[in-house]
Write a protein of this length. Sequence first.
Length: 436
Amino acid sequence: MADFRSSNIVTALRTLQGNTRIAVLFEPLWGVPFVLCNFYLSLYMKSLGVTDREIGYLISLGFAAGAITSFLGGPLTDRLGRRKTTLIFDLIAWPTAYAVYIFSHSFWLFALGMLVNSVWRIVSVSWNLMVVEDADNEQRRAAFNLLNIVTVATGILTPLAGLLVRYTGVVTAERALLAFAVLSIAVQVILRNRYFTETRAGRDILRRRQEARANGARGGGVIASYREAFAALRSRKVLKVVCLVTLYMVFIPVGSFSSFYFAPYLTETLGLGKAAISLLGGLYSALLLVVLVVVVPLISGGNRLGNMLVGLALQIAGLIMFVVIPTGSFALVALAVAIYAAGFSIFKPFMDSMLAEVTEGRSRAGIYALNNTFISLTGSGAAILSGYLFSLWPPAVWIASAVILVGCSAILFSLRRAEPALADGPPVATTQAKAV
C-alpha cells in the first residue's frame, strides 16, 4: 500500500510508464471477473455436493500446493524471465483453473482446480517484479495506489452477481460468471504480455545464466537462491514481522469476510437470502474503498503500531458480532461487516508497509517468497481445522479467527516494546497487492 496523501487517480496514472503503466491499465480485466465469480464460489461448490469439511480440505490443499509453488517462484522467475513466467503461470492459475471449476461436479474435480490455481503464487513473484523493477519510487507508489483502488472498487459490483443468482440460481449463475472470468482474464494476460517488456534486471539475470551455461558452470540450486533470506530471518525484528504477516495471511482465507465460509454462514446459519447477501459484498468493498481513500491518509502520519492495534480491535469486534447476531438480522450483519471492513482497511496497509521496510535490500524477494511458503504450510493445517469447526458449529470459525487476531496483537505489542522505530512512518508501496 502506498502513501495516499500526495496522489490522486489522474495524477497517479500520468506518472506511470512502461510495464508499471501496462499492469495498471489491464488490471480491471482480472479484478472484475475475479470479484464476481469468487463471491459465490463456495455456495456453488456446496450446491454440487461439496460438504463443509471438504471445503476445509480444499482450502488446505490450496495452501499445501502453494507451499511448493511459493518456494519455487523465485528460482523459476529467474530461470524463465519475469515476462515469460507471468504469461505462462497466469494463464494456468486463472483461466485454466476456472475452466476446471465450470465442469466440476464433485470434490475431486474442485481439488484439481485448486491444484491448478495454486501456481498463482509463482505469478505473485514474477508479476510484482514486472511492476516494480524498472520503476522509480514515485511510480511504484502511484502504481500500487491504483492497483489497490481497482481491486477494492471492483467489489462494489458484487450485487450484479446477486441479481444473476436471483434469476438463474447459484449453479447456472456461477458457471456463467466463471466463463466470463476465463475469457476476460485470458484476454488480459495475452494482450498485457504483448505490451510488457522484460525488465532490465530480468535481462541481466538471463544473460548471466546463459553465460554460465556456455562456460559449463552450474547454478547453486534453490536453497542457494534463498541464502540471504535465511540469513535475514536471524534478525528478531524481521522474524517477528514475518510471523505477524504469516498469521494474518492465514486468517484471511479461513476466517475473514472474504473466506469460503462467509456466504454459507450468511445463508445457512443467519438465514439471509442468497441474492441479498451480494449487497453485503458490495457494502464491504465500498467501505474498504472509503477508508483507504479518506481515513488512511489522515492517520498515516501518526503512530503506526497504534493504528494497527486499533485495526485489529475493530476486526475482532466485527467477528464477535458475527457470532452473537440473531438469525435474520440483515441490519446487524451489515453493521458487523462495516466494523470489520474499517479495521481491515486500517490494519492491512500498515502491515504491508512494515514487511517492505524490514526486508529492504537483496534479501527482500527471498523473504517474500519464504513468507508465502510459511503462510501456505501454516494455512494448510488451519484450513483443515476450520472445516471441522464449521461443520460442528459454524460460529467456532469466527471465534478461532478472533484468537488468531489476538495473537497478531501480541506480536505487535512485542514489537512496540522492542522496536520503537517501527512505530512511526507512513505506509509505503508494497508488492502484496495481488496476493490477497
